[in-house]
Design a protein around this ligand. Structure first.
Ligand SMILES: [Zn+2]
Length: 105
């Protein structure tokens, strides 16, 4: 078990605009998808991990242009499926105030 080498592997990358999230609520179980900037294809925008049930589990934002918080980049959001739509992606704060969880990589 470890999200650095997801047991289901890493999906083909997708490309989108800055500020876009990886679409959808599900992916192949225990995998990760990376979103790159369609206008600058080497630039990573977001990574998403999917859980054992395939639901979105964890996001790492490398760049976005909305100002939903003043975090530095990268920063993480976890998915909370007990929350209503629009509130399912709270920012992650680690025990020492860190913005990313290094068990996801
Ligand atoms: Zn964010």
């Amino acid at each position: 078990m470890g999200m650095c080498k997801p047991s289901g592997g890493i999906n083909e990358p997708i490309y989108g605009k800055v500020g876009q999230n990886i679409p959808g609520s599900f992916g192949p179980p225990n995998t990760r998808t990376d979103l790159y900037n369609i206008d600058n294809p080497k630039e990573l925008l977001q990574q998403r991990w999917y859980g054992p049930d395939g639901r979105n589990l964890w996001d790492r934002d490398w760049k976005h242009n909305d100002s939903h918080h003043n975090h530095t980049f990268p920063h993480d959001h976890y998915w909370d499926w007990t929350k209503p739509p629009g509130k399912q992606r709270p920012p992650y704060k680690g025990p020492n105030g860190e913005d990313t969880n290094n068990s996801y990589c």
